[in-house]
Design a protein around this ligand. Structure first.
Ligand SMILES: Nc1ncnc2c1ncn2[C@@H]1O[C@H](COP(=O)(O)OP(=O)(O)OP(=O)(O)O)[C@@H](O)[C@H]1O
Ligand SMILES: [Mg+2]
Length: 251
């Protein structure tokens, strides 16, 4: 089981949407397969909500306001996609270490949604993960933002977090005079995904409908699934992830 944390200290950059949609796309056979996955085998994904806001759990309608959080996967509407839900009680838990290795035989991929702060929950998630995906918004990201991020990453390394940055993902992408320059700068310093996720009203639609982007078909169902831009963009990103992981594996 490959474990990837979706991490950023900034709020609202698209961590939750990214974890949710990458997980859904992989579980529903809409992307390439991870190396080592047998032909025709299932592609089982475990999502972990480590944010007391519980947005990932809400997205899949698996949010329980009162219940204490348990490290126990529950099913979603999609057979091979399970979630360990989170809620406010996460902020009070004593043991913030996250250990999902007991589920390693049941899933191929585990995606962990982090809260927007470097608190204990995030630290636990980062220790658990093999890789990080870092969503960023270019509008909130100047050269200064890049320096901050580089500092953060070296701090994490010094503090003994050895999860590797698998990729930086531009979200809320839209035409802007600085767009190409900032992307070029980012690409020089960090492994930037070639595909960016456009800013799109479909994302809000998917949270309102509690449906992943690849399942949306428009108000009168006139659209084919996957023709919605951020849906196929996330599929491309998931394919880039599979390619990157297989290259890393070969070394
Ligand atoms: N590509 C996009 N286009 C338009 N809106 C988006 C896009 N991605 C995310 N959003 C919206 O931005 C908001 C924040 O997204 P999301 O909750 O995924 O961010 P987050 O990083 O998990 O936030 P937090 O730090 O609070 O957990 C949501 O309202 C979501 O609908
Ligand atoms: Mg979130």
């Amino acid at each position: 089981m490959i474990k990837i944390a979706v991490y950023s200290l900034k709020g609202g950059v698209g961590k939750t949407i990214t974890a949710a949609n990458l997980g859904h796309l992989y579980a529903t056979h809409r992307t390439k397969k991870l190396k080592g996955t047998k032909r025709n085998s299932l592609r089982r994904v475990l999502l972990v909500d480590r944010d007391p806001q519980g947005n990932l759990s809400q997205y899949f309608s698996r949010y329980d306001v009162d219940g204490p959080v348990q490290l126990k996967p529950v099913g979603t509407e999609w057979p091979w996609l399970d979630i360990i839900p989170g809620n406010l009680s996460l902020s009070g838990i004593e043991d913030v270490a996250l250990d999902v290795d007991c589920f390693a035989d049941d899933y191929d991929l585990c995606l962990i949604d982090c809260p927007p702060a470097l608190g204990k929950l995030t630290a636990g998630a980062l220790r658990c993960a093999d890789y990080l995906i870092i969503p960023i918004r270019l509008d909130a990201f100047s050269t200064h933002g890049l320096e901050n991020l580089m500092q953060q990453l070296s701090y994490l390394q010094e503090a003994g977090f050895d999860a590797k940055v698998l990729g930086v993902l531009v979200t809320h992408d839209e035409p802007a005079w600085y767009r190409d320059d900032v992307k070029a700068l980012l690409g020089e310093r960090l492994p930037l995904f070639t595909t960016a996720i456009s800013r799109s009203a479909w994302v809000a639609e998917s949270t309102i409908e509690h449906k992943p982007l690849a399942e949306l078909t428009g108000p009168d169902h006139h659209l084919k699934p996957m023709c919605i831009k951020p849906a196929w963009q996330y599929r491309r990103v998931m394919n880039e992830i599979v390619d990157r992981l297989s290259k890393l594996d070969r070394r």
